[in-house]
Design a protein around this ligand. Structure first.
Ligand code: SF4
Ligand code: SF4
Length: 327
């Protein structure tokens, strides 16, 4: 039996992050989201099949956020690089006020139709993104105030064009997720979702991430080809020994590489030290950083001196050299 709960009651969600935007308590009255929270064993009525009158209607008006594993699957499906896939098939957006980078799937020019919708339907069906697999369910990760655990919650998205809700078939959320092959996608994206939620709920004490952190987040989330190159650079290998990280396997197995990228992000962003570093690497990196800061200060001081000299330049356009020459 369903233990459905109305979602507009006050709740104890902290951060209330979601990969699909908004939070339960914020769902507007006119939202297509059914105001019922579902758990994995809760049933809901829905069926989608090629014979249905609205077939592919949902692909003609999309707003789909892509997750790291979606991008891995799609770029391999299209036999291209992650950089090329992101450039050709995605639109960037900011996931929060600190500029955490997100990507949405492109639409065709001048319409809201998915770029992968063809005459016969989805042209990337067996590699379709997580959001397409879930629809007409939505999913949400919620962290309670007093817990580090992130709970999975689900809700039904009920849009007028979708006739699947009128079909007689009823199944549990878990059965639907299995049928749609979602387990693998959720497993591969779970660490990333947790990172995003933790970053969102970390509050002003942690502060805005640095530009460097955002770049690393972008690479680790959406550009596995670049990350593969990154872990082979001398700078990276000076800190992490190839044997300790299992470099050979990471270079051959992209799913292992993505999982490693998430561990690396957690280490960089939250100090969760799960990847062993070479002895003395931390001290060497700190010294390198100090030297870099010193160099930047010296360069900035030089620029400041040059600009104050420029400010003193005579109004007749002469310069110090000419002055010197005249003396
Ligand atoms: S039933 Fe809903 S999900 Fe299926 S094709 Fe129609 S609009 Fe899309
Ligand atoms: S990827 Fe496929 S299923 Fe998803 S919106 Fe595009 S055409 Fe539809």
């Amino acid at each position: 039996m369903s233990n459905d709960k109305p979602v507009n009651e006050p709740r104890e969600y902290a951060g209330a992050g979601t990969l699909f935007e908004g939070k339960f308590g914020d769902i507007p009255f006119e939202s297509p989201v059914s105001p019922v929270q579902l758990g994995p064993e809760d049933p809901f009525r829905f069926s989608c099949h090629p014979g249905i009158s609205c077939f592919n209607e949902c692909c003609r008006n999309i707003d789909i956020q892509l997750l790291p594993y979606d991008i891995l699957r799609l770029k391999n499906r299209l036999a291209t690089t992650s950089y090329d896939f992101v450039a050709r098939y995605t639109v960037p957006f900011q996931m929060d006020q600190h500029g955490m980078p997100g990507l949405k799937l492109c639409t065709k020019s001048g319409s809201r139709e998915c770029v992968f919708l063809g005459e016969e339907g989805c042209t990337v069906y067996t590699d379709r993104p997580t959001a397409c697999r879930y629809y007409a369910l939505g999913s949400m990760g919620v962290r309670r105030k007093d817990s580090a655990e992130v709970e999975d919650m689900y809700f039904v998205v009920r849009e007028p064009h979708c006739k699947g809700h009128e079909e007689p078939k009823t199944q549990t959320v878990d059965a639907y997720r299995r049928e749609q092959g979602i387990d693998k996608y959720d497993a591969m994206n779970r660490e990333w979702r947790d990172i995003v939620l933790k970053k969102r709920s970390s509050g002003p004490t942690i502060g805005a991430p640095s530009g460097r952190s955002l770049q690393l987040f972008d690479m680790c989330s959406y550009d596995m080809d670049k990350f593969r190159e990154f872990i082979q650079t001398p700078g990276f290998n000076g800190i992490f020994a190839a044997d300790a990280i299992g470099l050979d396997r990471l270079l051959e197995d992209e799913e292992a590489l993505l999982a490693f990228a998430m561990r690396f992000l957690k280490q960089v962003l939250f100090g969760e030290m799960t990847i062993p570093q070479r002895a003395g690497a931390r001290e060497a990196r700190l010294e390198h950083r100090r030297a870099h800061i010193r160099e930047r200060r010296v360069a900035a001081a030089g620029e400041e001196r040059a600009s104050s000299r420029a400010y003193d330049m005579p109004a007749d356009g002469g310069d110090e050299t000419q002055e010197d020459d005249r003396e």
